[in-house]
Design a protein around this ligand. Structure first.
Ligand code: ADE
Length: 241
């Protein structure tokens, strides 16, 4: 019996999996039973001899739409709504995936991930099952499979025991609302560039302060949206002190 975090991926391209999820950290964690991966071939739930999963869009227009009846049957077979796992449809129209949502998903028994191809999935199945729509960024992929892999990778690395010494990932980008400070390692001088002297000073207080300043500066210049949110949070904690 597997007791780990269970990902069921509904796709018409099951051969894409495990792909990169079979390598490195995720692959080892899967071998260890920390998580499991099941693919469900949506085409197995087609109802005609051509095994069609899509049809022309109602109202006209380019492309094809994945049929509600076929997708719904694949969701039912994957156990949607039966075991406490959220059902997520990967789509550029979804809510942006955040580290907060990723952490939330580590608390669920797993996830059922629906991958669209073509123009997407008939809206009625998304509404009928109150499916959560998630986007991995403001660009359009040719299907949801790579997005599902991104989501799974982000969750699996946070599962207990996967990251080893770096257990919590607390200091990473986004965990504190700031981007992470820069990293350095030997050699001390490379191509005429030195490691910032504070990092080799042995003064842990000064190192922590320098890293915090760097994190703030990088966030301010690269991600004004995160910076504004950070400032708002600071102001409200100051108020409550
Ligand atoms: N499918 C196609 N593009 C996507 C995106 N940006 N995020 C999630 N799923 C997608």
């Amino acid at each position: 019996m597997t007791t780990g975090w269970k990902a069921s991926v509904l796709t018409i391209l099951p051969d894409m999996f495990p792909g990169p999820l079979g390598a490195s950290l995720c692959g080892k964690a899967r071998d260890a039973g920390t998580w499991s991966l099941e693919t469900v071939d949506i085409r197995d739930f087609a109802r005609d001899k051509h095994r069609s999963v899509d049809d022309t869009p109602s109202g006209g227009g380019p492309g094809m739409v994945m049929r509600a009846d076929v997708v719904d049957a694949s969701l039912e077979a994957a156990g949607a709504g039966q075991d406490g796992r959220p059902v997520i449809y990967l789509s550029p129209r979804g809510r942006p995936l955040t580290q907060k949502r990723v952490r939330g998903l580590t608390e669920t028994p797993g996830a059922i991930l629906l991958c669209g191809r073509f123009e997407g999935v008939d809206q009625r199945v998304i509404e009928a099952r109150a499916i959560e729509e998630v986007s991995i960024g403001d660009y359009v992929l040719s299907g949801g499979e790579l997005a599902a892999m991104v989501l799974i990778d982000a969750v699996v690395r946070l599962l207990p025991g996967v990251m080893g010494k770096k257990t919590s990932g607390d200091e990473e980008s986004f965990e504190s609302g700031l981007l992470e400070y820069p990293h350095y390692t030997r050699p001390q001088t490379w191509a005429g560039r030195d490691i910032p002297p504070v990092l080799v000073s042995g003064n842990h207080g000064a190192i922590a302060a320098w890293r915090h300043e760097q994190a703030e500066e990088i966030t301010r210049s690269r991600r004004p949206d995160l910076w504004t949110a950070h400032e708002k949070r600071q102001a409200s904690t100051d108020e409550n002190d």
